[in-house]
Design a protein around this ligand. Structure first.
Ligand SMILES: Cc1cc2nc3c(=O)[nH]c(=O)nc-3n(C[C@H](O)[C@H](O)[C@H](O)COP(=O)(O)OP(=O)(O)OC[C@H]3O[C@@H](n4cnc5c(N)ncnc54)[C@H](O)[C@@H]3O)c2cc1C
Length: 389
């Protein structure tokens, strides 16, 4: 029996689901990142027999991500039409965590205290004034902090910080804890796993009949969800699959030597470059992230690591004392307009759950519910509907 590999951590192989020999299922989910596994779990709770196809589940961008649930701060000028969608996605996290944590000895937690948005110099401060003014104008909650308030709320900040805002609605989760919990809950809910790559769709007229795999077998099913992240799905068959391009992001992980140095999320504009520091429950810090158009390259270059650390220490000089643990890169799945595609395909029975770009964690629970609704013949959340094709 093959075991799928959990990218990035061979120590966690014992957590992996065994590969199944099932060759018929109610719903096949192609791709086992945060989007595919959340969808599989949602469908399994609705009494569907679900099979996830992925050679490396719980890997991909989901294993690399920052884990911020940035409903407010990911709603910039270009996302003015997504305010309701982002807020609904954020709200879907409480019930999702309850589902994920049912019966777990070590529950996955959401950070408390929100996010602090910081401007390093005068020009950064002016830019944040513009951005937060826009956010307030569309009803998002952002409050300016005076310097003493900032010092009190975030000990250890660089004394030179020129502007600070509190964003109470944007917490974070530990992405890797979420992925491990998703794998476990899927197994408990009898989701089956096939460690293979889907190569094409088998159809009868307009109807889906099955998914062909690179091991030469076919999983017979009348319903499937494409959740393949940044991988180009054109070869899989549906002519209306959205064009997806990979947008690389590098992130650095640091570990505590004498206990945690930060307990809220920081996002800063440092000489025009955006940087974030996300504390993990174990005291580690994730520092991200670059945004690079480099195709499918996931190598880590020295300049990215240098820039991330340089910007992070301009906000929180205490990071100098932390242990360097890891630098990794992942591929954000981006559509041409950077909006997600959660809709039915022209192939009957096939639903897309693709293109979540910078917000795959934020969107996962709501997108999973919408996919389940679509497969049951109802509508997706209205915020996804602009992308009907
Ligand atoms: C550096 C970085 C930081 C980020 N920070 C955040 C953040 O703070 N908050 C947030 O919400 N989002 C964040 N994101 C974005 C988020 O990580 C992604 O949107 C999300 O992980 C996408 O999930 P996914 O399941 O679609 O793709 P992935 O996690 O990439 O999973 C896709 C899976 O599909 C499988 N697959 C592909 N093709 C096939 C096939 N043909 N057959 C079978 N399996 C296949 C792959 O093996 C893979 O496991 C970040 C991303 C990066 C890179």
């Amino acid at each position: 029996m093959d075991l799928p590999q959990l990218a990035g951590s061979s120590a966690d192989v014992r957590l992996l689901p065994p590969s199944t020999s099932a060759r018929r299922t109610d719903v096949a989910v192609v791709g086992g990142g945060v989007i595919g596994l959340s969808t599989a779990l949602e469908l399994a709770t609705r009494d569907q027999r679900v099979t996830v196809i992925d050679p490396h589940p719980a890997g991909g961008a989901s294993w690399v991500a920052g884990g911020m649930l940035g409903a407010t701060l990911e709603t910039g000028f270009a996302e003015v039409d997504d305010v309701e969608l982002h807020l609904a996605a954020r709200q879907a996290w409480e019930p999702f965590l309850e589902l994920l944590n049912a019966g777990r000895a070590a529950p996955v937690s959401m950070s408390q205290g929100g996010t602090f948005l910081l401007g390093a110099d005068a020009s950064d401060a002016r830019e944040l004034d513009r951005l937060t003014g826009f956010m307030a104008s569309v009803g998002l909650e952002v409050a300016r902090c005076d310097p003493s308030e900032l010092d009190e709320q975030v000990p250890g900040l660089s004394p030179g910080i020129r502007a600070g805002f509190h964003v109470p609605g944007d917490p974070s989760v530990d992405n890797r804890q979420v992925m491990v919990a998703l794998l476990e809950r899927c197994q408990e809910a009898s989701v089956q796993f096939i460690a293979a790559t889907a190569t094409s769709m088998r159809r009868s007229g307009d109807w889906l009949e099955g998914i062909e795999l690179d091991d030469g077998t076919t999983l017979r099913t009348g319903a499937a969800v494409l959740a393949t992240g940044a991988v180009d799905t054109a070869g899989l068959g549906p002519h209306d699959a959205p064009a997806i391009r990979p947008v690389k992001g590098t992130i650095v992980r640091l570990g505590p030597r004498r206990g945690p140095i930060l307990d809220v999320v920081l996002r800063g504009l440092v000489r025009g470059r955006m940087c974030y520091l996300v504390p993990r429950p174990d005291g580690c810090l994730a520092i991200g992230a670059t945004t690079e158009e480099r195709g499918y390259d996931t190598s880590v270059d020295a300049l990215s690591v240098f820039s991330l650390l340089e910007d992070a220490r301009a906000l929180l000089p205490g990071i100098d004392d932390l242990e360097f643990l890891e630098a990794s890169s992942g591929l954000r799945p981006a559509t041409t307009d950077h909006r997600p595609v959660v809709c039915a395909s022209t192939v009957r029975g096939l639903v897309f759950n693709l293109g979540h770009y910078r917000n795959g964690f934020l969107m996962a629970p709501l997108a999973a519910q919408s996919v389940a609704e679509l497969l049951e013949g109802r509508r997706a959340h209205p915020g996804f509907e602009g992308k009907e094709r």
